[in-house]
Design a protein around this ligand. Structure first.
Ligand code: GLA
Length: 419
């Protein structure tokens, strides 16, 4: 009897050690990652300013700091695929491409840290990365140690060229090795992105124990249809997914593509609004040297960022589709007289060419505070809040395939006369 008890304790403590308890990502991570905008461009002779090289990351780090992004919360600068040499070194360690990263990764990490930023890198759980660079499957512990020695603060571990049936256990093992380095490293996993498209429902309890964030679904490309396809999948699966999102562990619908070639200004507002509602990681992938001011302003909108970073950490949901306009809500702070505030995001699937006049009531969206809410449009800095009863009809104009974000704060019960 006592022996069985002893075995049980041992088993429980092993499980505990393998789970992620790193105290990181208490709000959705924010930063910049190269993949969506710069892909696997490695030809530095033809494209010296765009190729995946230490120069690109130093330049982007300078912009993050000087252009106000760090101040707004974008703190991680993350290298995606195509940084490595095709061969490991003589000690089997990963090494960067010597021509593109002549000073090594540690020197780049130091540069980034000296600017007050944090540094992220990409690896792959399988035999090769998606672009064919060395994978980690036979070197998980060594790679965790190498990343820690380089000063890595964030690891995106992809899942190409891997057996998806071993991922749950294998990713947990890597999480354990990362923890064992003693360096706090945000751990971004990808195993649902390899299971869910095969129709396999990933184990989100295990994900939330193992990873700080995880890519659930397809890659985002530079088009509005990618944004809407991703959101369709997330909203269809929201009852299954949303409850696993919270401080320290987040669903990740992929990068922000705002400021690139594919999205209009209105579509960019919609992506920012719904990513904020979903408590999604805000990882930009855009050329910060040439981004147009109107897109930059969307990315730097402090009110919208604070919806995304709200301390409650609740993933919002699609609650109503009306006249082809999706309405999403997310409970946020402050709580007034026992009622949460709500962010209300709109995304229009309309293409009929004029700003459509949508009407709705707050009670249709399940907002129930007796004395109503003060509503403000977070994209309109000059707008004053309007106090609105929950059954009063509200009109809002939404441009074709565009969106916006409102904040509804409960009107204090002792303020009823204002309605
Ligand atoms: C996969 C990932 C992308 C990117 C590429 C790199 O497709 O989902 O986000 O990291 O690999 O090759």
């Amino acid at each position: 009897m006592s022996l069985k008890f002893g075995v049980l304790i041992l088993f429980c403590s092993t499980t505990y050690v393998q789970s992620l308890d790193n105290g990181l990502a208490l709000t959705p991570p924010m930063g910049w990652m190269h993949w969506q905008r710069f892909r696997c461009l490695t030809d530095c002779v033809a494209y010296p300013d765009e190729c995946i090289s230490e120069k690109l990351f130093r330049t982007m780090a300078d912009h993050l700091v000087c252009d106000g992004y760090l101040e707004a919360g974008y703190e991680y600068i993350i290298i995606d695929d195509c940084w490595a040499s095709k061969q490991r070194d003589n000690d089997s360690r990963l090494q960067p491409d010597p021509e593109r990263f002549p000073n090594g990764i540690k020197a780049l990490a130091d540069y980034i840290h000296d600017k007050g930023l944090k540094f992220g890198i990409y690896g792959d759980y399988g035999t090769k990365t998606c672009a064919g660079y060395p994978g980690s499957i036979d070197h998980l512990e060594l790679d965790a140690q190498t990343f820690a020695e380089w000063g890595v603060d964030y690891l995106k571990l992809d899942g190409c060229y891997a057996d998806q049936s071993t991922m749950e256990e294998g990713y947990a093992k890597m999480g354990h090795y990362l923890n064992s380095t003693g360096r706090p490293i945000v751990y971004s996993c990808s195993w649902p992105a390899y299971q869910e498209p095969l129709g396999i429902k990933s184990n989100y309890t295990k994900l939330a124990e193992t990873c700080n964030l995880w890519r659930n679904w397809d890659d985002i490309d530079d088009a509005w249809s990618n944004v809407t396809n991703i959101l369709n999948w997330f909203s269809k699966n929201q009852d299954r997914l949303a409850k696993f999102s919270g401080p320290g562990h987040w669903n990740d619908p992929d990068m922000l593509i705002i400021g690139n070639f594919g999205l209009s200004y209105e579509q960019s507002k919609a992506q920012m609004a719904i990513w904020a509602i979903m408590a999604a990681p805000l990882i930009m992938s855009v050329d910060l040297r040439s981004i147009e001011p109107q897109f930059k302003n969307i990315l730097l909108n402090k009110d919208i960022i604070s919806i995304n970073q709200d301390p409650l950490g609740i993933q919002g949901r699609l609650v109503l589709t009306k006249n082809k306009i999706d309405i999403w809500t997310k409970p946020v702070t402050p709580n007034v007289d026992g009622s949460d505030s709500y962010a209300i995001g709109f995304l229009s699937n309309r293409v009929d060419g004029y700003p459509y006049r949508l009407n709705f009531t707050l009670s249709e969206l399940n907002l129930t505070h007796d004395s109503g809410y003060a509503i403000r449009d977070l994209f309109d800095l000059s707008a004053e809040p309007t106090v609105t009863n929950i059954d009063e009809i509200v009109f809002i104009r939404i441009k074709p395939s565009g969106g916006t974000l409102l904040l509804a704060v409960p009107n204090p019960l002792n303020n009823v006369s204002k309605i």
